[in-house]
Design a protein around this ligand. Structure first.
Ligand code: COA
Ligand code: AMP
Length: 640
């Protein structure tokens, strides 16, 4: 099929408001918008002001009302819990109504915040939808974060209620969540009224009288009373959720997602970008703690009337590298979305992809990759073994849906390995130098998006308009700064190469090296430190810490290194994958005292590097090289 991409993108460019007004026709509104976009509202304008709608209505009720109550909405597949369960749209409606009744009975109302600290179980999605139903604002915190990260989020969004489960289940171990939750509440200044805890048989938790409530008991009580909780009409500009993501300081940024624009963008993307229609099975193998989970495990597929797969397992080890193929066959998955790291993990275990031969993958039309750069090698391997289109696409927590990609729904464009392909409607992408001047074709620069951002993108940070302005809009006036570096080639294809800030991407998880440095520096024996992201064959990048100890320290350095590793795990959580740390005599710096992290990274990754002209003492880089080689890194590195 010839791609209609160019015509669709041109139509958007010619009249953005008409384009999004038409897309909005796919959503049920209780009251239409006064105008499609009002540039005078909010930080850079707001989409669909005056309109009223409800996300839960559009995800669930309208499909049931249209006679699709028996269609499967969600398939829960958990190799770690040994369960597969189907939930129809009708069943989801009953569960969501019951939980919404529990929320209301416990005093949670429109505008209140609810934190969800949940593993990958259906109740996590039910909890999101129930919040949306009554107009409460949810904030999901990824289970791999430690208590202090959870505490920071509790203090920032001040939830009335926290919904959690007694434990998560990783490949080979059960992780009790309740001690982390209790510790976080102890640490936080703000205290929630209640915690609703779902008891899992693998590790039931002790509940604290008065504060903690048994999730299943509360829901059963609500059901026995008979529940009919209507969807609250909300302003299109009301927040649906807050999702915290790493910023350049230790304080995470609370990305706000609105109600109306979010639905319009996601619904458009399901058919036009991912090419998936109602009743088809869409599987985003991610986690509800990340934006991919919000947009494409929960909201996007349900808005589209698709069947979504909620997979509580890993690509390898649950039980083997054929896990993804088993799920595709068993649930007849049409479109799969995951991070490249998952394919690197599968390839390492099963390089010849022999396990694929055991499964029927005929239902699978396409594989979408995002969350980190899809390295051409992994992409080519996936194409070879799956024999279907493999599509890299680029976006961020802030944008909520693809900024650029190859739109399967509109008809695929020729694939260029290493490129995220072309901008989606709504995104006018430019590449500029540090002064904001456009750079030439093929020249690397800052990737920025012309304002206004399209529906679905963040209107602001939670309670922090000014931080949003300074972090994202100030440096390049009139544009949103993505903090990614890249270039556009002669065919208009976009290549995203790296971040321009201190964020690293570890197994598709976004982490700030700055916040790791803050933690390393808090160790009493550490005088100064640097954390950089170094290449890892599976996770893409992993953090590596370099510590300079105080002069008077006489303890074994190995002991201090172990303590620092434990400290980062305790403060950020296992998700940081912070396992490599080394003590060095001094850090390489410029004469003005700036640590040369970029050069350290090149040496660690075994890349050619040039001696920075401004370096204070060139000998320091030799010392770093020696230490790295002793630890097995950077063997081939040499100054160019
Ligand atoms: N709750 C508690 N702990 C968690 C957790 C959760 N929800 N998720 C991860 N962890 C822990 C892991 O057990 C691991 O702990 P360890 O250091 O004690 O082994 C640590 O956090 C790092 O986890 P992870 O990054 O997932 O690494 P892994 O080695 O367990 O698995 C992959 C590596 C590549 C298989 C895995 O990251 C993966 O499947 N990624 C692709 C999909 C994805 O989630 N992408 C994200 C955005 S699209
Ligand atoms: P997150 O907000 O966690 O989704 O992370 C977003 C960041 O991940 C982006 O700013 C990029 O740095 C990186 N990223 C995501 N998808 C891609 C991609 N397809 N190619 C390159 N980088 C990507």
């Amino acid at each position: 099929m010839a791609s209609s991409y160019s015509a669709v993108y041109a139509a958007w460019k010619q009249d953005p408001q008409a384009f999004w007004a038409e897309a909005a026709g796919a959503i049920d509104w209780f009251r239409p918008a006064d105008v499609t976009f009002d540039a005078s509202q909010g930080v850079y304008g707001r989409w669909f002001p005056g309109a009223e709608t409800n996300t839960c209505h559009n995800c669930i009720d309208r499909h049931v009302e249209a006679g699709c109550g028996d269609r499967v909405a969600l398939i829960y597949d958990s190799p770690v819990a040994g369960r597969v369960k189907h939930w129809t749209y009708g069943q989801m409606l009953r569960e969501v109504q019951a939980l919404a009744a529990v929320y209301l009975a416990r005093g949670v109302t429109r505008g209140d915040r609810i934190i969800l600290y949940m593993p990958m179980i259906p109740q996590a999605i039910i909890a999101m939808l129930a919040a949306a139903r009554i107009g409460a604002v949810h904030s999901v915190v990824f289970g791999g974060f430690a208590a202090s990260e959870l505490a920071t989020r509790i203090d920032d969004c001040a939830p009335r209620l926290i919904v959690s489960a007694s434990c998560g289940i990783e490949t080979s171990r059960v992780i009790p969540y309740k001690p982390l939750l209790d510790a976080a509440i102890d640490l936080a200044g703000h205290k929630p009224d209640h915690c609703l805890v779902l008891q899992r048989p693998q590790c039931p938790a002790e509940l604290k009288a008065g504060r903690d409530l048994d999730f299943l008991q509360e829901v059963e009580t609500a059901k026995s009373k008979g529940v009919d909780i209507p969807c609250v009409p909300l302003a299109a500009t009301d927040p649906l959720y807050i999702l915290y993501t790493s910023g350049t300081t230790g304080q995470p940024k609370g990305v706000v997602r609105d109600t109306g624009g979010h639905m319009v963008a996601l619904q458009w993307s399901m058919r036009n970008f991912y090419g998936i229609g109602p009743g088809e099975v869409f599987w985003a193998a991610s986690d509800i703690g990340w934006v991919v989970g919000h947009s494409y495990i929960a909201y996007g597929p349900l808005l589209g009337g698709n069947t979504t797969v909620l997979y509580e397992g890993k690509p390898v080890g649950t039980p083997d590298a054929g896990a993804f193929w088993r799920v595709v066959e068993q649930h007849r998955v049409s479109v799969l979305f995951t991070a490249p790291t998952a394919f690197r993990a599968i390839r390492k275990e099963d390089p010849q992809a022999r396990l694929i031969e055991n499964y029927d993958l005929s239902s699978l039309r396409a594989l979408f990759l995002a969350g980190e750069r899809a390295d051409p090698d992994t992409l080519a391997w996936a194409e070879t073994v799956l024999k279907i289109p493999v599509i890299d696409h680029w976006w961020q927590t802030e944008t909520g849906w693809p900024i650029a990609g190859n739109p399967l729904g509109l008809g695929l464009l020729p694939v260029k390995h290493g490129s995220a392909t072309v901008p989606m409607p709504g995104h006018d992408i430019r590449v500029v130098d540090d002064a904001g001047h456009p750079v030439g074709t093929g020249v690397l620069g800052n990737v920025v998006i012309r304002l206004p951002l399209p529906p679905g993108c963040l209107p602001t940070f939670w309670n922090a308009d000014e931080r949003f302005r300074t972090a994202c809009l100030e440096e390049f006036p009139g544009y949103y700064k993505t903090a990614d570096a890249g270039y556009i080639d002669e065919d208009g294809y976009l290549f995203i190469m790296s971040r321009t800030d201190d964020i690293i991407n570890v197994a598709g998880h976004r982490l700030s090296t700055g916040s790791m440095e803050e933690i390393c520096a808090s160790h009493p024996d550490v005088a100064e430190c640097a954390v950089i992201g170094i290449h890892d064959a599976i996770k893409g990048q992993v953090p590596a810490g370099f510590l300079v100890l105080n002069a008077n320290v006489s303890r074994e350095t190995i002991e201090i290194e172990r303590e620092v590793v434990a400290l980062v795990r305790e403060r950020i959580g296992p998700v940081a994958a912070f396992k490599t740390v080394m003590c060095i005599k001094r850090l390489p710096k410029t004469r003005s005292g700036k640590v040369l992290r970029g050069t350290m990274q090149k040496i660690a990754d075994g890349l050619d590097w040039t001696m920075p002209a401004t370096i204070d003492d060139p000998a320091v880089l030799d010392e770093i090289g020696v230490t790295l080689r002793e630890r097995g890194f950077g063997r081939a590195a040499h100054p160019a």
